[in-house]
Ligand binder design. Structure first.
Ligand code: BGC
Length: 251
């Protein structure tokens, strides 16, 4: 029988959810999406998550993995990027369990996306240090050493040339400043070179919705480390969160 769980990916602009086969990484349903409620307040987001989960599975049964753009430690969200500051110091685990009425596992969104890539995608079997980066509203990062996650790395907020790296190099910066792919690639090159200097990684994986257009910008990034697009694309967070939620039921 399929080892199923629900994955929810909460972002600054949208909330996406699907049922996942955690053995194969496949989505077993269509990916539902709603806009993130204005202000990104905890109760509003939890309510939106409940509506999505009830559409996917009306009778509570499956575990739910929730991934979120924040540092998440022991179920508490400790930061808030592109959502309300009310999330800082909040017991997100309890909040989601109360709203969803099921076993819940909460994790940083980039860590979830990275977990999916390590298990099912471009990082499968990778040895040494892999750095997953997600390019979206912000820059999310996940570090894996020999496949083991070192959580909450937050390297999107490195200060480079006096600025918060994600302000200059996230996909949102390309859109906001109407940068061409080659202009954006120069900023990404500066970013990845800084990561190379600090961490000497063996592999970079590039995720986020824009990674489907990787041919437009990855070849323009001149660095020494191998850099490859994510394979699980836009569903990475959902797949990773669901897999970790399924596994955490037996913890
Ligand atoms: C947040 C991270 C998150 C990333 C991608 C950053 O602004 O600080 O926690 O992983 O955005 O959503």
């Amino acid at each position: 029988m399929a080892k199923r769980a629900i994955g929810i990916d909460i972002g600054g602009t949208g909330i996406k959810a699907a049922i996942v086969d955690t053995k194969t990484g496949e989505l077993l349903t269509e990916r539902l999406r709603v806009g993130t409620p204005d202000g990104g307040e905890p109760e509003d987001i939890a309510q939106a998550a409940r509506e999505l989960v009830e559409r996917l599975e009306p009778k509570p049964n499956l575990a739910v993995g929730v991934c979120f753009p924040a540092v998440v430690r022991h179920g508490f969200t400790q930061s808030a990027s592109n959502v309300s500051n009310e999330w800082i110091g909040l017991n997100a685990h309890s909040l989601f369990e109360a709203y969803l009425g099921r076993h819940v596992h909460v994790i940083n969104d980039a860590d979830a996306a990275g977990a999916a890539e390590m298990k099912f995608g471009a990082g499968k079997g990778a040895k040494g240090l892999t750095i997953m980066t997600t390019l979206g509203t912000g820059i999310g990062t996940a570090l894996f050493y020999n496949g083991v996650l070192i959580p909450n790395s937050e390297l999107g907020h490195l200060e480079i040339d006096g600025e918060n790296a994600e302000e200059r190099a996230a996909f949102s910066a390309k859109e906001r400043e109407e940068l061409s792919f080659s202009e954006w690639a120069k900023r990404l090159e500066r970013y990845y070179k800084t990561l190379e200097m600090l961490f000497s990684p063996d592999l970079f994986i590039v995720g986020g919705g824009i990674s489907k257009s990787h041919e437009e910008f990855l070849p323009l990034i001149d660095i020494d480390t191998k850099i490859v697009p994510a394979r699980t694309k836009n569903a990475a967070g959902i797949i990773g969160a669901a897999s970790l939620a399924y596994r955490s039921q037996s913890d």
